[in-house]
Design a binder for this molecule. Structure first.
Ligand code: ATP
Ligand code: MG
Length: 268
């Protein structure tokens, strides 16, 4: 386990206390950054083939506590990728219109088309995380959602979408430090939200909700990856490597060219 995210066995019960958020494998900051840059070269090639082929879809789901690094993962890992081939969408608290539908409606609308990479910053998992922790709907409603989510993801997978789910695992202490940095840096003040402190008070409840989601919704067709994320450079190399491996496995390739290209003469 040096470059890989931790992929628990489907069905195995997850105890997050057993996963060290500060784990860095064999890497230090420098070697991780170097490796990430190398992997990104391949990522760029594979993304172009995915787009050119136009037959398959890659959906990446990011979940984490506040300041867990979802935004910075998107910024760093996707930096060299052609923005034309990537859909990024952040799920906020549902609007009135969204609440008028079932919880998966707004999610399905944002799934990327063939040839594209979709990145979800938060996702339908909020409907078994924040919703569960705060009793936003009755238990008999949210508890059926694990099964519904598995079936939803199965349907996407069976229709040509590769799904990678990343849980960015940070410690409570690391969150404190990142909040303190936000408060100390005027260019990060826009990120400050006093409501995040209320969520921090519920840390243990969230860990439990994550454990249940990571346990019940960890399937072969849509696996969870637990990414030790206290160190951003380690998080980035692990996620980039996981994406590259998935695209290699999808066998993306340029489509067959039209016949006779070698005989074409471009008129003056
Ligand atoms: P940042 O890291 O920049 O703060 P963020 O993802 O936390 O980004 P915010 O606008 O601060 O963005 O937070 C989005 C909020 O929306 C979160 O508190 C999240 O729990 C909430 N949310 C998302 N989906 C749902 C949902 N289905 N039901 C209730 N709340 C939701
Ligand atoms: Mg926030």
């Amino acid at each position: 386990m040096s470059k890989q995210a931790i992929v628990p066995k489907a069905g195995a019960a997850i105890d997050l206390k057993k996963f060290d958020p500060a784990y860095t494998g064999d890497y230090d900051k420098e070697s991780a950054k170097e490796e990430t840059a190398k992997l990104q070269e391949r990522f760029t090639e594979l993304q172009e083939m995915l787009y050119a082929q136009g037959k398959q879809t890659l959906l990446i789901i990011l979940q984490a506590m506040d300041a867990g690094g979802k935004d910075s993962t998107i910024k760093k890992v996707f930096e060299p990728i052609n923005p034309q081939g990537v859909y990024v969408y952040g799920f906020k608290a549902p609007t009135g219109e969204e609440l008028g539908h079932d919880y998966l409606w707004r999610v399905h609308r944002r799934t990327p088309p063939k040839g594209f990479i979709g990145v979800f910053n938060r996702s339908h998992y909020e409907d078994v995380l924040v919703v569960r922790v705060n009793d936003l709907v009755p238990k008999d409603v949210w508890e059926k959602r694990y099964h519904q989510i598995n079936e939803f993801e199965r349907s996407l997978a069976e229709n040509g979408t590769r799904i990678l789910k990343f849980y960015l695992h940070i410690s409570k202490e690391e969150q404190k430090q990142r909040f303190e940095e936000r408060l100390a840096d005027p260019t990060k003040h826009w990120k400050w939200n006093s409501g995040d402190l209320e969520v921090r008070k519920q840390w243990d409840d969230y860990m439990e909700a994550f454990e249940v989601a990571l346990t019940k919704c960890n399937t072969k067709y849509a696996p969870w990856h637990i990414v030790p994320s206290n160190h951003k450079w380690y998080r980035n190399v692990v996620i980039t490597k996981t994406i590259v491996d998935a695209l290699e496995d999808m066998k993306v390739a340029f489509p067959e060219p039209e016949e006779g290209l070698d005989k074409i003469v471009i008129p003056d």
